[in-house]
Each structure stands twice: as C-alpha cells, then as structure tokens.
Design a protein around this ligand. Structure first.
Ligand code: PRX
Length: 648
C-alpha cells in the first residue's frame, strides 16, 4: 500500500446544473447543500436521527440515534421495524397502492408489472412459503436467481421474517455457491431452472445441484420455473415455486426486528483469502438507501427509474430494490444482456417505457461507444432527465459521450462513488447543486466526511494523491464481515487508526472535488466488479499442472481492467490447449466473470526479497509497457526491475 499516488488525469471542463433542474430538485442549490452537509458533520446523530424519525416506519421508536465510535457503531438502538413494511406496506395506505413498483422485462421480450399491492401479496405469500420450509428469524437464505421479479419478492419475503438473505450473482460457479452457502450456513436456497442471457440459458438449477453436494447446511431448495427446461428435482428437498405459492396465504404479519438486526450478507472480494461476507443491518441501511435515492437521483413520483445493474451486486440491492421501493418509485427491471437481440436493446427499453432516470456502469458505456452512435440515435431518448454512473472511475471521454449522445447535453450526470461495504452512495454530484467535472465523483453527500490521507492518516493538500478514508460513521455502513469480526476490523480500520479505509486511492482538487484513482490493494475492478487477484491465483494453482500463478490487471478498452495471468508450470511447456484448459478451470472455480483475458506461461514469477509478488512490474508487462519473452525467467525480471526503482 502506497500513501502517495501520482495522478496524471487533467480535466478542466465543468458543467453547471441547468436552472430549470435546480428549481425542481430535491436538494436545490449550493447553499442548501452546504447547510445540510455542515449540520450533518457537526451533529451526525441529530441529523440522521431526524431523518430516521421522518422517513422510516417504526413499530417502536428508537432511543438513541448513534452509539459508539468506528468500527463499533450502532444506529437507532432500541428501535424496532421491518424492512418489507418500509418498502411495501407503507404505500398501501396511500394512492401508490396501485402504482407500478416493478416493471419487468425478460430478455425474450415477455413482461410483467407488479403494483405495490401485487408486490405485497407475493411477498407475504412467499414469506409464508419460507416459514413452512422452516425458515426462522435470523436464518440465512441463499438467493441464486436470474433478474426476475421473484428475486425482489424473495428478498423482501426474507426481510418480512427477519431472515437474512445472501444473494449470489448468477454468473458465479457451483463452487462459489457452495463456498458462500457454507460460510453463511444457509438453510434454504432459492433459484430458478435457468435465466436468459444473450439468447442462451444460464443453467442455475444445475449449478445449485452441483453446489449442494458440498453444502451440508442447505435443507430445502425452491425453484422458479423461468426457462421451462428440464431440471432434476430431488424429492423432499426441491420444490417448485409455483406449487408452494398456490396454497400460501397472502397475509403474513411482519416480524418486527431491532434496528441492528442483519438484513443481508453480500459476498465481495478482498485482497486476500476467501470472499468477505459484508453484513448490512436493517434501519441504517434502509435510511441510507432511501435518502440517497431521493437526493442523488432526485427521485419523484412521476419518474420511471432504471438501474441496469444485476441484483446480484450491491447496486441492485440498494438501487433497484431497497432505495427505490422505499421511495414509492417505479423501477424497471430487465433480465438480460444489452446487446440482445441487438445493440439497441437498452435504448429500445428507454423509449418503450419512457425512462426518465438511467443508472448504468462505465464498462457498459464503453461498450455502447464501441457499438456506435447509430444504435441510440435510432430511438427517442427524450424522456431521460438524469443519468448515473457507478462501479469504477468513468473516463472523461466516456463521460462526454454519455453526456452528448445519451443525455443530449441536457441531463445531469451523477458519477456515484460507493462500495458494497458503504451500502449506499457516499460521494456524488447532487443534480440540482453540483457543477460536474467529467471523471470526478465530485463531493460527499450530507452525512459523509471523507478525507485523502497519507499512510500516517494525515490529511493531504489539494491534488496530492493519497488514500480515501471516512472520518465519521454513517448509518448504512457494514457492521461486520460475517463470522469474522477480526477481519472486519483489520481490513477497514486496521491501517489507519479510527478511520474507515476504503482501499481506493484518490485526490482532491483545488475546488474540493474528489477524483478516485482506483484500488491500491490487490483487487481488480473488472467490468465494475471486484475480483481479488488472490482468488484467481488460487483457482489457477488448484489446477494439477500449475506450480505458481500471479494475476494482475491491465487496461482493457471495455472492461476497464482485464485479467492477465502469469503461470509457471510444474513441468513441461505451456501451449494453447493448456491455456484453454486453465481458462475453463478458472471459470469452473469462480465463474465466467473471472475468465482470464490473457494467460502467459513464465519460467518463474518475480518476487521481492520478502517474498511478495512484484505486481507493479507484472502490471507493466501485462500492459505492454515492458517487453519480455514468453518463457520469462527470474533473471529477465531481475534485469527489468533493476532498470527501474525497486518494488520493496
Ligand atoms: O474502487 C471503487 C470502485 O468500485 C469499488 C467498489 O466496488 P463494489 O463494492 O463492487 O461496488 C461497486 C458498486 C458500488 C470502489 O472501491 N468504484 C465504484 N464506484 C466508483 C468507483 N470508482 C470510481 N468512481 C466511482 N463512481
């Protein structure tokens, strides 16, 4: 970890918000923002406490807004509430009862609309199903599903019972599913026969079957019929969703849980070892996602809001389900790929449903650019009023394209910085406040106090690159890593006393705008998804022919970062057939998202004297900045390393 980071990005264009947007915005003008931000900084408990009273539905009011200091903070202690009530029931006594909560479109073109009333009925029914299968308050339920409404229903049904959901992205392999089942000690798995992705079926039930051989805690499996293809059903273990729902009552009293009751676990990659089970609790997470949806996306009742993320990632948790639903919004949910049946699919959806707010990722934007302007230009995108970006730094040129071609130079862009661990957006423009600069996530939201520091935790001056930290706790922050509180403390609070360390490098410019420069640990950001170099290395080394592996990222046009693997074999030489075999092996171990972009066989992997892989050198080689032969020896690396400053 290096505290001083050199920044090369120079960007001077600014885009102030349009006057008519400012006039109608939920937070309007710099004065209002400054006031809110200062108030929250000076009195976080008072600020968040007032919001929690006003915006959450409590069955028992809380006693204290904030207790303790980081990392052991508790929010809204003494209070009791239920997340599904806050997302669904609260709208049933209002005109929103029959408003569309979720407008869903499957990849083949089938559609479904669920009003808040519909959602309530199905959530209650499925909560009763789970109850009947033995799920109790506090139990963990794995959801390994395609992007279908049943996923949102299952999440809220878990929440209704106070059971903790653990969603596993459908792109993960059977091995990844069993690892997560075991870590969470999941009792029930909810899945589907399959899901549609680029015209092909993703065989989810098959993966669950394979995973269950190694998941002893799982007792029951519920299977949604989505694709209709043949799957094997094990008697007394596997049940069809539609069979169980038929007989389930549509009344289910919500279980009132403590504010700090676990709402969900979501596994994410860290720099070492196995994936980390990030644990979010109920009240703080709900408040964070609700308020940020309102502030950052300027959500209004009239909006048709579309976040293109998969619910398997935190973005989908917070900004398809919990944030928008608490606000009574109408959210679009789309099952499939952006280029199926052709590259116009997203723009077709925007035109069809008159989407007004569109939230996607830089990796998708780079793909749109490559596919050509004629795709979006074929459609009427005039319903759009706000654009968002998340997952990695957005390159200024991609930002400009988004601004011009999709936003018609009319829509503000919110570049939202946050993490699985933060639960909700932390640093982002406010569309009615902030003059944006392409590539900068700009300024902290009210209640968020970031800083850029050196390795001693000292604040750095303007344009000095350093480590991005948070100086104050916030309600939606993770509370622990499931089953490993020591790792939680060490990972986020162990490096800089009293500060939350995000793992990112950043700088603040002379206007106080934050520019995130990427991860400073051994975590790759591939297509906006975090992957640990260690996990890919472990997957490679588990192949019988591999002696050692070093994995680094390299700049990739579409994915942001590609995965380059340096592999040394136990014996013999590498060839294309073995490359294909190793690629398939990594996909089996982790999933398609970890598919190596390049595998290079090397006679050795360069290490420092203390035994650390010289990643900086390997990164330069992977990026083509340093040339080495194909069967690189340690001596070759040593020469290269000597030509530059050493890595130790
Ligand atoms: O490196 C930052 C990058 O993504 C990391 C968080 O990844 P994950 O937990 O998977 O969550 C992704 C969705 C919230 C961060 O540590 N990142 C995310 N958003 C941005 C970003 N980097 C720069 N700008 C962003 N807007």
């Amino acid at each position: 970890m290096s505290g001083n980071i050199h920044s090369v990005l120079q960007e001077t264009r600014t885009f102030p918000p349009a006057a008519d947007f400012v006039r109608q915005a939920n937070i309007s003008g710099d004065e209002q923002y400054q006031k809110l931000w200062q108030r929250a900084k000076d009195d976080p408990a008072g600020f968040w406490g007032e919001l929690a009273k006003e915006h959450l539905v409590w069955s028992k009011p809380f006693d204290k807004a904030l207790e303790g200091t980081m990392p052991e903070t508790k929010w809204f202690t003494g209070g009791k509430l239920n997340a599904s009530v806050n997302c669904v029931d609260k709208h049933l006594t209002t005109w929103r009862k029959n408003k569309a909560a979720i407008i869903w479109e499957g990849e083949p073109g089938d559609t479904r609309v669920l009003t808040y009333q519909d959602l309530h009925r199905e959530v209650c029914q499925f909560a009763n199903v789970l109850k009947k299968l033995g799920v109790k308050t506090g139990d963990r339920v794995t959801l390994y599903m395609p992007m279908i409404p049943e996923l949102a229903i299952a999440m809220l049904a878990c929440a209704r019972l106070g059971a903790t959901h653990s969603i596993i992205f459908g792109g993960f392999s059977a091995d990844a599913v069993s690892d997560r089942n075991n870590d969470a000690k999941a009792k029930v798995v909810v899945t589907a026969d399959g899901g549609w992705r680029r015209g092909k079926e993703v065989p989810l039930k098959k993966a669950v079957d394979d995973s269950l051989a190694k998941s002893p805690t799982v007792e029951k499996v519920v299977v949604v019929r989505r694709t209709g293809s043949d799957v094997s059903m094990v008697p007394d273990r596997d049940y069809w969703w539609h069979d169980l729902m038929k007989d389930a009552s549509s009344e289910c009293d919500p279980v009132e849980v403590d504010s700090e009751h676990p709402l969900y676990i979501l596994y994410t990659s860290g720099s070492t070892g196995k994936p980390k089970g990030v644990l979010h609790t109920t009240a703080g997470y709900l408040l964070g996602t609700q308020m940020t949806s309102k502030w950052v996306f300027d959500l209004k009742d009239e909006d048709t809001y579309w976040c293109t993320a998969d619910i398997g990632w935190v973005t989908g948790h917070s900004y398809i389900v919990y944030g928008p639903l608490q606000n009574g919004a109408t959210a679009i949910m789309y099952e499939g790929a952006p280029n199926w049946p052709d590259e116009g699919r997203f723009w077709e959806i925007i035109e069809k449903y008159k989407v007004s707010i569109f939230y996607t990722a830089p990796t998708a934007i780079r793909a749109f650019i490559k596919w050509g302007d004629h795709w979006p230009n074929k459609f009427d995108l005039s319903s759009l009023r706000l654009l968002g970006s998340v997952g990695e730094p957005i390159n200024p040129e991609a930002w400009m394209w988004y601004h011009k071609v999709i936003g018609a130079e009319r829509c503000p862009i919110v570049d939202t910085w946050w993490q699985t661990e933060t639960g909700a957006i932390m640093i982002s423009p406010l569309p009615g406040v902030t003059a944006t600069k392409p590539g900068s996530c700009t300024k902290p939201l009210p209640g968020i106090v970031p800083d850029i520091v050196n390795e001693k935790g000292e604040s750095l001056g303007p344009n000095q690159g350093g480590l991005l930290v948070m100086r104050q706790p916030w309600p939606s922050m993770l509370r622990t890593l499931y089953g490993d509180h020591a790792r939680f403390k060490e990972t986020y609070f162990g490096k800089l006393q009293g500060l939350y360390f995000a793992g990112d490098g950043a700088r603040k410019d002379e206007d106080g705008y934050i520019w995130v420069m990427g991860r400073v640990d051994d975590v790759l950001n591939v297509a906006g998804h975090r992957l640990s170099t260690m996990e890919v290395e472990s997957a490679l080394v588990s192949h019988p022919k591999v002696a050692e592996a070093a994995v680094v990222g390299f700049p990739h046009d579409i994915k942001g970062e590609g995965i380059c693997c340096f592999v040394t074999l136990k014996q013999g030489e590498g060839n294309d057939a073995l490359k294909a075999e190793l690629t398939a092996h990594v996909r089996k171990q982790i999933g398609a998202l970890a598919t190596p972009d390049s595998i290079r066989f090397a006679a050795a992997v360069p290490k420092t004297r203390s035994g650390k892989i010289m990643r900086r050198l390997l990164r330069d080689i992977a990026a083509g900045k340093e040339q080495v032969g194909d069967t690189t020896t340690l001596e070759d690396y040593a020469v290269l390393a000597k030509l530059r400053d050493t890595e130790e």
